[in-house]
Every structure is written in C-alpha cells, then in structure tokens.
Design a protein around this ligand. Sequence first.
Ligand SMILES: [Zn+2]
Length: 615
Amino acid sequence: MNLLLTVSLIISSFFGVAARATATESDLRIEVFAVTSDVENHLDTPEGREKAVAVLRRLEATKIVIDLLRSGHLVDPDLARTCRDYFASQGFEVAAGVTTAPGEGGWGHLSPTGHCFCYTHEKTQTDLADLCRRAAEDFDEIIVDDFFMTFCTCPLCERARGARTWEEYRAALMAHVGRNRIVRPAHEANPQCRVIIKYPQWYDKFHEFGYNPDREGRDFDAAWVGTETRDPNTLQYGFVQQFQGFMNFAWIASFHPENTLGAWYDHGDTPAEVFVEQGYQSVLAGAQHLTLFHLHNLLEFGEVQEAFVQSIPTLRTLRELRKVRNLHGVYVYKPLESRGNKGEYFIFDYLGMLGFPVVPCHEFPKENGTVFLSSHALKDPYLLDRMAGHFQKGGSVVLTPALLESLACEREVRTRFGYQEEPISRKKFESNRLRVFDSPLSQPGETKEIRSDQPIRVSFDLHALPDTEIPVRLLADDREIPLFTERATSEGGRAMVLNLSTFSQEDFDAVNERFLPPAPVSFLDMPELAVSRIRSDIVHRDPFLMSAPTRVSSYLLGKDTIVIENFRDGGVRAHLRLDGVWKEILHHIEIIPQTPAGTYAIAIPPREIVALQRE
Ligand SMILES: [Zn+2]
C-alpha cells in the first residue's frame, strides 16, 4: 500500500469517527458498471456472477450496469438477460449500458478517421434506435456512456451541415439523435424506462462536440456526470486537478438540479488517494449516486478498492451534510456554450485548487456577493448591464485579464477596476520572487518579499492606475507585475482583477490533447502567504479559510458547515475565521483558538478531508 495512504488511513482510524451515517439511513447509492468485456469474460458463468456479487456487496453497491454495446460490439442479448435476472434475484438493481465508443464490430457507421461514429449516417441512427428499443424492453434503466459526441467531418456530414458552423450542426444533429434515436424508441418500448445521459469531464468543450446540458436535461430523464479526474500530475489523461470533478458536476447540475443525480469515475491512471478524492468531490458537488467504472478493476480487490471501502462512511456523512445544504461562496459564471479560447480553458478548476469556495452557475447570479468573471462570460450579450447592476447592489466582481482586455474599450469598466486606457499587455513573465502587502494574519502596512519553490508564470502585464491597490506582485524583469489588484466601489463592493490564465487551443495542440488540461498551471505553486492574501480579499464571508497553501480546497455548505480537503502529500495547518462555537465532525480533530480572537487553527493530515460544523 502507498505509504501516504497508509499514514492517512492510520490517522483517520486514530482520530476515530463521529456523526457517521449508516448504510441503512443513508441515501447514497454505490453502483458498478460492467463493460461488454466484463459481461463476456466475468459474468458468463454462474461462478463468475457469484464472485461479482460478493465484490458488489463488499463495495456496498446496490446496482450493476450491464453494458450492451461498446466499441461497435454487441453483447449477446440472452447473456445480458441472464445477468439481469441473476443480479435482480440477489437483490440488486440492474440497468443497461449503451456505449457508442468507436470500434470495428459492425455496429453503426464509423467516421472515416475511425475516431468516432458518424451520427449523420442512417446506419448509426437506425442501429442506435434498434438497440435502445431492445434495451428498454429488457431493462427499466439505460445509461448512455460519454461517447455520445461527434467530431466527424466526412462528406456526408459536410453536406448535411450546409452553411452552419460545425458547432451548430453538431448541436442540431445530436439533439435529433438523442431525442429520436435514443430516448423516444426507449420510451415507446417501455414508458417506465429511465434514460440517462452520462457526461464527460471536459465541460469547457462540450458544445464543440454536440453536448448541451440544458437541452439534454429536458430530453433525457436524468444526468450522470464524469468526475474521473485521475492523476493530476501526469499527461496520460491530462493534468486534471481533483477539483474539476466538483466543478463539472456542480456546473451541469446548475441547469437541471433535480435530474442531475449521479457521478461516475474510474480506475484509469488513478492512485488510491485520487480514487477516494474523486468520490468526495462528487458527493460535495451534489451526487447521490456514485458509479464505479468498471467491474474488472473492482474484481481485483487491491489498494484502490480497499481505500474506497474505507472511505464509504465519510462519503455517507458528506452526502448527509450536502443533501440538505446549498453551496455558498464565490459565484463562477460559465454561460451555456461559453468557451475558454482566450487562454482560459478550465480556469474554474484552479479557483477551487487555490482554496476559494465556489458556486458554479450558468446564469449571472441574482444574489449579492462576489462573482468571478472570465472571458467565458462574453457569451452573455447583457454582461455589461449585469455587471453594473451587480455593483449597484453592493456586489463584488473578480475579472481575469483576458476579460479585462476584451472590455478595455468600456470606460466605465476601466474606471471601476482602476485601470489605464490600455489596461493590459500580453507578455510572458516568469519568476519565483513575490511581494505581498499585509497578509491576512499580519499587521496593516506590513510588506514581505517571499519566494516560491517553482517559478510562477503569467501571460499578462496589468497597467493599474496609481491609486489601485496591488497587494500581491510578481518581481520579474525589474518590474512588479500585479498578480492581484483591487479597488473599493462606492456601493460597498470591490472591483478586483486576478492575473490568472490557463490554456489556449495551441497548448492542447502542442501535446496532441483534444479534451483535457494539457499542462500544469504554475499559479498552484504560489506560496501560502500570497494565495492567502488574495483569498482574504476575494472571499469575505464567514466561515472563512484565512490561510492555507494552494491545493487545499474549501466548500461552504449552508451557513453552518465548512469542508476542507487537503490534496497535498504533506499535512497542512489551516487558519480559519469562525463565528461562534465549531467542532470538527469527521475525525474529532481539535480546532485551536488563536489570536486575534475569532481565528482558529486546524491540522489537516495528508490527502484528508475535514468537516467543521457550528454547534
Ligand atoms: Zn460523418
């Protein structure tokens, strides 16, 4: 077993558990997906099915999904029905999987590249309708895995597209196929059948390949969301940060919260501690169902599976906390079909990794408070009016440099945020020297020069007016590059700019990655003092994570609960501002009072999660 995980498990058991929800009173549901090869290799004999039942019970799973199609290959319907009947007789729910991953099995019509099916082609549409009709005759639930997308550009698609952009054509095509070749045939065959769409994790590129969570939330009966972030430090599945699972689920759920029920994650390039973290992110974002992918990996019961079982009581407790509480924090606004192509793909993931509690939303928030706006918000034609209205109510706004650049011609915006006529220039800087003015725990007027272990890279110089506050600066090329600026508004809010950017399309192309974050982001190497200074100005509500390093995330559940997760391989000491009497409810970890009054410290073990609740 991985040493860190061992230490973490020992610490967990040392601290004991409190306020645990038991399996019978918890509504958290654990489910296992059996891909076609699992069905054919592991569930084709009575002994194989018995072994699977034993593993499902060990995982506290109550449902199994029998995949009927994968990579163009169909499972024998008799075998699928045998599995259905056996697992049902053992007390499990059973659903059918439909996976339109490309393959040469003879099903559908492949795009000439072979990388996806051509959904324009009649054979793909007919085969899909036939399969969904038959699946619904045999099962009361169908879940469509996340290959229901297209990047086919064959002559047939090209002709059908006409004058439309590829995005427009794919949106129309997949809407038609989803409604008329998946959901309708299934409902005609079995009106009771629940038809579920499962989303991939790459939310910032959905609309490029045909996904639309607003439309599909109406067409399908329910949504499951990919939270399979995997190892954040390897390129194999992208340098995806753990927080992306939370962001993806919570953003999709903002469209149709009542239908967004399940999360789904897997074992691919996933160390045990990340497998556990994927579950925590899913449940904190609102998932009631966790689908584990896939059976073959679970039958080999090893370190990852053992860690998952150990995490189940915590998952159940987190679910109990979350299901009756809404998220609070900084609103992050990503309109439908908005894109990150100004160097900001997946920027929202990094806000969470910097420790900001966030509330993902697809509509501009009506509530007062703080809203984070990146160039994604340019999709909103009323953006300037909405910003003005938000400021008038006393709200605060955080802009990215890419959005500030796009709004530079607006004098009102420049004045609000305290910027010169040409507010930014695009130039790359790199340094590990920073200057911080007034840390959250220091006396006013204190200035500190600090160093990061790894260089911090920025893509913009910001040209603020002399009376704009610049609390955190990067010292590079004899310049002091603002990393964060702010100005108080006359209505009581703040106008802030965070000099953060992530990836452009060129960064994806450079490593031949289509969907997933293609590189590490150096902002996550920012020293604790600097990130805490920025956090203290962006987040000003209680309870509040005052100081903690990056890669420590926080979640505000209702007004009485704060959850903090440490994604670091070392323990951290976090400082919080808490109003009233609080206790840690997962591990009985002590919260130690500090000076000044109202501030507390808590030690969080490596790769561990804690939950603090007001008494
Ligand atoms: Zn095609």
